[in-house]
Design a protein around this ligand. Structure first.
Ligand code: FAD
Length: 432
């Protein structure tokens, strides 16, 4: 038989799985091309911010965790900070107080704490040279980050809770080079590390229970929050399994067993990947026409005509898609504004938790994708309730647009990888 070929309507979206598969056939190539353009391939990110929640000293000694940064001289002049620093950033009235994090520049509409591009820790990264894939980052450090992220799903009182038993900060939480070279299967090292997850699975199960049982107690907004996180987590897992290091050959290849245990055995996780895709697609459609619906911060404009054309055509194909998600159903009714503020605050916390990821490569992609999803939310829910195309322009920074497009590409690639795994599964069945 086949695995992971869900059919029918995607929960909380307004389209079905088959439509998304169809759309991805057309959309993928456009994303694959545009991400190679200078505007979209250089991402400026601060990888040296301290974790604001706990002492994280997970130093990754594994080469696969490293990020190759680009020197400013390699960056086309139009994207250099020296030029960006000439332009104004958010005015102080737009900046909302965010605890002790003084380096944050975030307008009250934002769902993320954006890095200050001028901070000394901000580096240029060529995303094409630093693909998201298996790094070996696992164990207590990775678990703690995921656990804290899921805890942000509990609105209304349940704030960040420190684990009752302090997790070791001494160990870096990596499957280090020894285990990479040992003869034991990496798969089993990973699962044994997850078994020490300190009740984490039950936390996730409790957050997820209302989704699986169809219980309507949890409101749409909270379900969406959970789906976004779980879908991102699943998408990251798919990339890990799709570009896995085969210890015997030293080659990178898809690992079917990894996919089966992390994704195929949990259909709701795959559904959440589709859900994120649908959300991002809708956000791209809402980007609309640059002259009407959004603008890039002064100095951040796309100068290359070809890239501008490619972006317009990507947005146009998103607009041409059948409706995928109805943001009009979110944050309506009594208490909507408070709920939206709470939603935003929790998502911002998730963006700060990304500074606690103890592996540079994972932190880079974690930060980028949370920024991309936060940008999608800003486009969908960020403006006044009545925002329609052409009214109340949204202003984006270059990093937000770069993150949005690259995040779209990550999810598009996940769906492609799922197809690869379906074929591998069939192949393995045939051989049995
Ligand atoms: P984990 O993926 O750590 O999951 C922990 C627990 O969460 C599971 O036991 C399960 O109960 C629950 N769970 C798992 N998936 C879902 C889901 N989709 N929805 C709901 N609940 C779920 N590793 C890399 O090799 N490369 C990377 O690029 C990378 N990027 C990362 C980015 C971030 C932000 C973080 C926090 C970690 C990253 N990691 C990366 C580590 C990776 O995500 C896993 O933590 C690691 O591979 C260990 O996997 P695991 O099997 O123990 O389960």
């Amino acid at each position: 038989g086949s695995i992971c070929r869900p059919t029918g309507k995607i929960d909380d979206a307004c389209c079905d799985f088959e439509t998304v598969e169809d759309i991805n056939q057309r959309f993928f190539d456009g994303l694959e091309l545009i991400r190679t353009r200078d505007f979209f391939k250089y991402y400026k990110v601060d990888l040296f911010k301290d974790c604001p929640f706990w002492v994280e000293n997970g130093l990754c000694m594994n080469r696969a965790c490293g990020v190759e940064t680009s020197d400013e001289s390699e960056i086309p002049p139009e994207y250099r900070t020296s030029r960006l620093s000439l332009v104004s950033t958010a005015s102080s009235s737009e900046v909302s107080p965010v605890g002790s994090d003084s380096s944050c520049s975030c307008s009250s509409r934002n769902f993320c704490h954006l890095d200050d591009e001028n901070s000394s820790g901000a580096v240029y990264v060529d995303l094409l040279k630093n693909p998201e894939r298996f790094t070996g980052y696992a164990g207590p450090s990775a678990n703690r980050v995921w656990k804290s992220i899921y805890e942000e799903n509990c609105f209304g009182g349940v704030k960040f809770i420190e684990p009752a038993r302090p997790l070791s900060t001494g160990g870096s939480g990596f499957i280090g080079s020894e285990s990479l070279s040992s003869s034991s299967s990496l798969g089993s090292s990973i699962s044994s590390s997850s078994s020490s997850s300190n009740g984490f699975s039950s936390l996730v199960a409790s957050l997820q229970a209302p989704l699986d049982s169809g219980d309507s107690e949890q409101c749409l907004e909270k379900r969406v929050f959970y789906r976004v996180i779980s879908g991102l987590h699943a998408s990251i897992s798919i990339h890990i399994c799709n570009e896995f290091l085969d210890q015997r050959t030293g080659e990178w290849a898809p690992n079917l067993e990894c996919f089966i245990t992390r994704i195929a055995e949990h259909p709701e996780r795959l559904q959440n990947v589709y859900f994120n895709y649908v959300l991002i697609l809708r956000a791209l459609a809402r980007l609309g026409d640059e002259s009407q619906s959004f603008s890039l911060r002064k100095g951040d404009e796309i100068e290359d005509v070809q890239t501008r054309k490619e972006l317009s055509s990507l947005i146009q194909s998103a607009k041409d898609c059948p409706p995928t998600f109805d943001e009009g159903q979110m944050f309506v009714g009594k208490g909507a504004m408070e709920l939206k503020e709470e939603f935003r605050q929790h998502f911002r916390n998730v963006s700060s938790i990304m500074d606690c990821v103890g592996c540079d490569k994972c932190r880079l992609w974690g930060k980028l994708q949370i920024n991309g999803l936060g940008t999608a939310m800003k486009l969908l829910f960020g403006g006044s309730q009545e925002r329609r195309d052409g009214e109340d322009k949204v202003e984006l920074q270059r990093s937000e647009l770069v993150a949005l497009v690259n995040t779209a590409h990550r999810f598009a690639e996940s769906l492609r990888a799922v197809e690869t795994f379906r074929q591998m599964f069939q192949e393995s069945k045939r051989k049995e």
